[in-house]
Design a protein around this ligand. Structure first.
Ligand SMILES: Cc1cc2nc3c(=O)[nH]c(=O)nc-3n(C[C@H](O)[C@H](O)[C@H](O)COP(=O)(O)OP(=O)(O)OC[C@H]3O[C@@H](n4cnc5c(N)ncnc54)[C@H](O)[C@@H]3O)c2cc1C
Length: 389
């Protein structure tokens, strides 16, 4: 039998963990391709705070031993600040959670090396343009950025890992224009971040990371994630589409805390983050969706690293099994979602996670909140703590 061809689009953490998990399992029995739009791997943008469980997931699902250079520091709480006078009766709520400052750029570069060694054919500088379902699988087209040449590529199955605006999902017709316009696009939030050198001693020595929900823009927040006593990722997550407003808001906070005087190690850079919580169905015949492409991001704090890596590891497993069984049917690939839900129950509570985000908004707006709502919020804070960070 001719070896199956499986194509992953997007070499972020989700695509790379899929590539390793899949390549390791299929060996020479299938050809694995990973296409990446950028002409490099390892994007320098993310708050980089995540649960230390991510390291275990990489170890268990991808069989890669985490390098000690992947983590810069550890923290044991998230210090969540709500605006003064809120209906919670206190401004700061500490969520006990063990986490790490994760050098996402380095991890991505290292994972790409492992994937390559395992035989994954990595094609950087190739942008997915279009795809069509055919009798045998999919016919896809990529543009090689350097030459402008269009490459046609036949594949039996696809893993969509191309981030918040997945062209794969849209072009194959899984997300109609109406869904994109009315649901997906409005729910994208924008994260704008800079890296600073200055005095972050107090926050670092408290062994925490800081999230400050904004006063008049509920569900938006300013964050400070320290790498050490002197360096931190500092940013703002906004629901607005207006780049100028977001830039001004981040400047406002930088000034408020005196960070505007600090040395800028990395200029401000922004990127969208899906904010509506994971897709209810991230698989179809011949296709699985992982990471931001499937909005696998916890909606209140927009944490997507853990879910993306977990989804990639499991999608790799299931795609490998499907390939070896010569069966990429929707029924078979449903297993991907089922296993992901089993290990990560936050995916079974998308509706409640969205409601939690609304309750946080009410708290920030100082609107009345019912006791039952607070109970729900606390319950899902626990879920967020256990399964998203
Ligand atoms: C400012 C900011 C701060 C954040 N902070 C945190 C945090 O502290 N903790 C946390 O857990 N999460 C955080 N997140 C979210 C987290 O970074 C993402 O959820 C996660 O990295 C998503 O990984 P991914 O692999 O799904 O997507 P991505 O990392 O976006 O990877 C998608 C890849 O697909 C490629 N691609 C896109 N289109 C195409 C195409 N047409 N053809 C080929 N390739 C394509 C892209 O170039 C990219 O490399 C943050 C996000 C932002 C923006």
């Amino acid at each position: 039998m001719k070896p199956k061809v499986i194509t992953i689009v997007g070499a972020g953490l989700a695509g790379l963990s899929t590539a390793i998990s899949l390549s390791r399992r299929v060996g020479s029995k299938a050809e694995v391709y990973l296409f990446e739009d950028h002409d490099y791997i390892g994007e320098e943008l993310s708050g980089d705070a995540c649960s230390s469980v991510v390291l275990d997931i990489i170890r268990q699902r991808c069989y890669v031993e985490p390098h000690n250079k992947w983590t810069r520091s550890r923290f044991n709480k998230i210090m969540v600040h709500f605006p003064e006078g809120n209906k919670l009766g206190r401004e700061r709520v500490d969520a006990d959670i063990e986490g790490v400052m994760f050098d996402k750029t380095k991890v991505e570069r290292d994972l790409a090396k492992v994937a390559k060694k395992l035989g994954c054919n990595i094609r950087i500088g190739h942008m997915f343009l279009d795809g069509k379902k055919t009798k045998y699988g999919f016919k896809t087209a990529f543009r090689e950025k350097k030459t402008g040449r269009i490459e046609h590529h036949k594949t039996d199955a696809i893993v969509c890992a191309d981030g918040y605006a997945s062209k794969v999902v849209r072009s194959i017709g899984l997300m109609g224009k109406e869904f994109w316009d009315k649901i997906w696009w409005p729910s994208l939030d924008l994260g704008l971040q800079t890296r600073l050198r200055g005095n972050f001693k107090d926050i670092f020595n408290e062994k925490g990371i800081v999230i400050k929900f904004a006063e008049n823009r509920p569900s938006e927040y300013f964050y400070v994630f320290p790498w050490n006593e002197e360096e931190a990722n500092v940013g703002y997550v906004s629901t607005s589409r207006n780049a100028k407003t977001i830039d001004e808001t981040l400047d406002h906070y930088l000034k408020l805390y005196g960070y505007d005087k600090y040395e800028v190690l990395q200029q401000k850079k922004g990127k969208f983050i899906p904010g509506q919580g994971p897709l209810f169905k991230p698989y179809w015949e011949g296709l699985t969706v992982v990471g931001d492409a499937g909005a696998q991001v916890e909606p209140s704090f927009r944490a997507g690293i853990r879910l993306g890596v977990e989804a990639g590891g499991i999608a790799g497993e299931v795609m490998a099994e499907a390939s070896l069984a010569n069966n990429f049917s929707e029924d078979k690939l449903r297993e991907y979602h089922a296993r992901l839900q089993e290990v990560n129950p936050s995916l079974n509570h998308v509706k409640e996670l969205r409601e939690t985000k609304e309750i946080i908004e009410k708290v920030c707006y100082r609107r009345n909140i019912q006791k039952s709502e607070l109970t729900l919020m606390n319950m899902y804070f626990d879920v967020i703590r256990k399964y998203a960070w």
